[in-house]
Design a protein around this ligand. Structure first.
Ligand code: 13P
Length: 255
């Protein structure tokens, strides 16, 4: 599976795991994946477990991500968490604009764009999520929806910031449903997203941007998805909650 871009496989633990459970999962992953250098492996626990998970993986090659952060630098924003606070725990990645936050917290492209810019301001790499619902796909609106999200959320970035941004294509209909996009469907949208990045930035920048696929990724389908020319990694939900399934996904994607 030779590609110029290094694969990045991230586990989004969502609102799961107590601190003790998260520590156990992180420890198990450290045992299985500590020395994997050919793939960037990232875990994204809930905020409450970030400190413990950070300690557990700090000396390994596994990197830490958060699931959200505030677009504000600090101050009177009850319940929010800033980039600076995350950086204390050596958080290097942050998932932004996940479809669950777009749906349940009404996050707009404009707000997500501010968060993407704030993440870069703190030298954290955003994992920007985009994706269409089933209704949008069936109504033939997929390209329009994805293009609006990509353009709205990435506005104002420099080329070098864009290169350090990861885009995650997560078709909403494939999240937690067991319905994975076929590798051809994923490739088609990934190529479309890369073409949007060419339009917004340039060819050389777009070639360096990593685009993950997310939605019912499992050990059995990961390798085929990663074999597509524009699929550069995975954002894994359910299957990232157990040591065996997540480490098998990563190992199955090694050359
Ligand atoms: P599942 O892997 O559970 O479908 O979740 C995907 C996802 O939303 C990752 O961010």
């Amino acid at each position: 599976m030779e590609k110029d871009r290094k694969l990045i496989i991230a586990g989004n633990w969502k609102m799961n795991k107590t601190v003790a459970e998260a520590r156990d999962l992180a420890k198990g992953l450290r045992m299985e994946l500590a020395n994997i250098k050919d793939i960037d492996v990232v875990v994204c626990p809930a905020f409450t477990a970030i400190g413990e998970v950070s300690k557990e993986i700090i000396e390994s090659d596994i990197r830490l991500g958060a699931q959200n952060m505030s677009e504000q630098g600090g101050g009177a924003y009850t319940g929010e968490i800033s980039a600076l606070m995350l950086k204390e725990f050596i958080v290097r990645y942050v998932i932004l604009g996940h479809s669950e936050r777009r749906q349940f917290q009404n996050e707009s492209d404009e707000l997500i764009n501010k968060k993407v810019i704030a993440a870069h301001g703190a030298s954290m790499k955003p994992i920007l999520c985009v994706g269409e619902t089933l209704e949008q796909r069936e109504a033939g609106e997929m390209e329009n929806v994805i293009s609006t999200q990509v353009k709205g959320c990435l506005a104002g970035l420099s080329n070098s910031q864009m290169e350090e941004t990861i885009i995650a294509y997560e078709p909403v209909w494939a999240i937690g449903t067991g319905k994975t996009a076929t590798s051809e469907q994923a490739q088609e949208v990934h190529a479309f997203i890369r073409a949007q990045v060419v339009d917004l930035f340039d060819e050389a920048t777009a070639r360096r941007v990593r685009i993950q696929y997310g939605g019912s990724v499992k050990p059995g389908n990961a390798r085929e998805l990663m074999g597509q020319p524009d699929v550069d990694g995975a954002l894994v939900g359910g299957a990232s909650l157990e040591v065996r399934s997540f480490s098998d996904i990563v190992k199955n994607c090694l050359n």
